[in-house]
Write a protein of this length. Sequence first.
Length: 57
Amino acid sequence: TEQLTPMEILQFRDAAFTTYHTYKPFLDKIKRKYGESAADNIKDMTSIKLKRKILGD
């Protein structure tokens, strides 16, 4: 965090979260372990973009 701005850190963190939680092998694993509804909940969650004042949303 010494070389990145808070805005850059937040952008990276949000992008990493979305990338991880929309990764098909991850969703398949969740589906196998917890069922279709759990995977659907994650898909629904990642479809909502968080508004961030620091990012101008």
